[in-house]
Write a protein that binds this ligand. Structure first.
Ligand code: HEM
Length: 393
C-alpha cells in the first residue's frame, strides 16, 4: 500500500496503522526514478529527526539536480537553513532567531487579529463560503507579508506567484516563470529595505546580515522563500484541518464552544490528528543507519512520517480518538531536533486567532456537503483540503 497514493490521501490513518505494524521503515517508490525510506514509528521518528547522519544538504542529489531548474535559481531558493547542516545551519538559524523573536511575534498579534477580522467581515450577508479559499489561505499569506514588510500594493502579485509556486511541486513552465519573477522581486525588495529600512522582519534581517557580512544575497533571498513556503500552506492546513475535525466531531465542537479554555489543547490535537506537514522534508543518509533492526543504506533518501508517528499507539492512548482535551500531547507536527519549526509560536498564534474568530461569529457553522466527499490535496509532504465549503447561518 503506497503511503502517498490516492487511498492514503483520502483516508490515511488505517494505511499508516498497517505500515507502522508491518515495519519501522518502508522503502517506497517516490518518483519513477528514485525511492525513499519512510520512517513510521514515533521513537524512530524522533531519533531520525535528530540524527546528524541524516543530512539536510540535498543540493547535489537527484532530488534537486533532476528538477530541471537553472542552478542560479536553485541557489537563490535553496540556500536556507532547512537545506543545510551545522555549522551553516547553526549560523543561518541563529541569525534569523535573533530577529524573529517572541517579542516580534507578540507584536504581530494585532495585525493577525485585524487580518482575520477583515476576512470574516467580508462574509457579511453570505450564507456559504469556501473556508479554505476565502479564509485559511489568505490569512497566513497576509501575515507573512506583514511580517516581512511586503508593501500593500505588491501583495496581489506576491500572492499570485506564491500560489503558482506552491500549486506546482514540479518544475513546470508556470512555476519556473513565477519563481524567476519572484526571485527578482525579492532581490529588489531586499535592496529597497536596505535603502529605506522599516520596522518589519526583512529590514531587521538585512541589517543583521550586513553587520559582519554574515549572509550572502542568495541566503537572504532563500530565507524569504523559506518563510513563505514553510509558513504559508502549513498554516492553511492547520486552519482547514482543524475546522474539518470540528465539523466531523460535532460533540467536540459543542464542547469547545462551551469551554474556550480548550482552544490551545484543541490546536495541539488538530496538529497531531491531521498533521499539516504529514511527512518531513527529505534527508540523505551519509552512512548506513538502522531503524528497529532494518538497515537503510548510505546514500538513501529518508523521510519521516509525522502523521504516522503522531498516531503511534505506543505513545498516544487511543490514537484514533480525536480529543481536544488530550493532555501531554507530545506530537511531532512541528518536527524535532535542530530543524524544529522556527515558526511554531506564530502558527499557534494564527491558529488561536483564526479559530476564535470563527467560533465567536458563527455559532451555527456547519459543513455544506458531506465531509467524506471533500478532496484532500495529493502529494507526499502536506495534508490539507482543496476546498471546505461551509454554511454560516
Ligand atoms: C521547519 C511544520 C508554520 C517556518 C518546520 C518543520 C516542520 C514544520 C515539520 C521541520 C521539517 C523537517 O525537519 O523536515 C510547520 C507547521 C506549521 C508551520 C505544521 C503550521 C501549522 C511555520 C511558520 C513559519 C515556519 C508560520 C514562519 C513564518 C519554519 C522554518 C523551518 C520550519 C524557518 C526550518 C527550521 C530549520 O531548518 O531550522 N516546520 N511549520 N513554519 N518551519 Fe514550520
Amino acid at each position: 500500500m503506497h503511503p502517498f497514493g490516492p487511498e492514503a490521501t483520502s483516508a490515511p490513518h488505517p494505511v499508516y496503522a498497517r505500515l507502522r505494524e508491518e515495519a519501522p521503515v518502508h522503502e517506497i517508490q517516490l518518483t519513477p526514478t528514485f525511492t525513499a525510506w519512510l520512517v513510521t514509528r514515533y521513537d524512530d521518528a524522533r531519533r531520525a529527526l535528530n540524527d546528524p547522519r541524516l543530512s539536510k544538504n540535498i543540493a547535489g542529489t537527484p532530488i534537486r539536480t533532476g528538477s530541471g531548474w537553472p542552478v542560479e535559481l536553485r541557489a537563490a531558493m535553496d540556500s536556507h537553513m532547512l537545506s543545510n547542516d551545522p555549522p551553516e545551519h547553526t549560523r543561518l538559524r541563529r541569525l534569523v532567531s535573533s530577529v524573529f523573536t517572541a517579542r516580534r511575534i507578540a507584536e504581530l498579534r494585532p495585525d493577525v487579529q485585524r487580518i482575520s477580522d477583515e476576512l470574516l467581515d467580508g462574509f457579511a450577508g453570505r450564507d456559504e463560503v469556501d473556508l479554505i479559499g476565502e479564509y485559511a489561505f489568505p490569512l497566513p499569506l497576509q501575515v507573512i507579508c506583514e511580517l516581512l514588510g511586503v508593501p500593500m500594493d505588491d501583495r496581489d502579485t506576491f500572492r499570485r506567484w506564491s500560489n503558482t509556486i506552491i500549486a506546482s511541486a514540479m518544475a513546470q513552465g508556470d512555476a519556473l516563470a513565477a519563481a524567476t519573477s519572484m526571485t527578482a522581486y525579492v532581490r529588489e525588495l531586499v535592496e529597497r529595505k536596505r535603502a529605506e529600512p522599516d520596522a518589519a522582519l526583512l529590514s531587521a534581517l538585512v541589517s543583521a546580515a550586513d553587520e559582519g557580512d554574515r549572509l550572502t544575497e542568495d541566503e537572504l533571498t532563500s530565507l524569504v522563500f523559506l518563510l513563505l513556503l514553510a509558513g504559508h500552506e502549513t498554516t492553511v492546513n492547520l486552519i482547514g484541518n482543524g475546522v474539518y475535525l470540528l465539523l466531523s466531531h460535532p460533540e467536540q465542537l459543542a464542547r469547545l464552544r462551551a469551554d474556550r479554555t480548550l482552544l490551545p489543547p484543541a490546536i495541539e490535537e488538530f496538529l497531531r490528528y491531521e498533521s499539516p506537514v504529514k511527512t518531513s522534508t527529505f534527508r540523505i543518509a551519509t552512512e548506513p543507519v538502522e531503524f528497529g533492526g532494518v538497515a537503510v543504506p548510505a546514500g538513501a533518501i529518508v523521510m519521516v512520517s509525522l502523521l504516522s508517528a503522531n498516531h503511534d499507539p505506543q505513545v498516544f492512548a487511543d490514537p484514533e480518538r480525536f480529543d481536544p482535551a488530550r493532555n501531554d500531547n507530545q506530537h511531532l507536527a512541528f518536527g524535532h531536533g535542530i530543524h524544529y519549526c522556527l515558526g511554531a509560536p506564530l502558527a499557534r498564534l494564527e491558529g488561536e486567532i483564526a479559530f476564535s474568530g470563527l467560533l465567536d461569529r458563527f455559532p451555527k457553522l456547519r459543513a455544506t456537503q458531506p465531509l467524506e466527499e471533500l478532496m484532500w490535496r495529493p502529494g507526499a509532504l502536506l495534508r490539507g483540503l482543496d476546498r471546505l465549503p461551509v454554511t454560516l447561518s
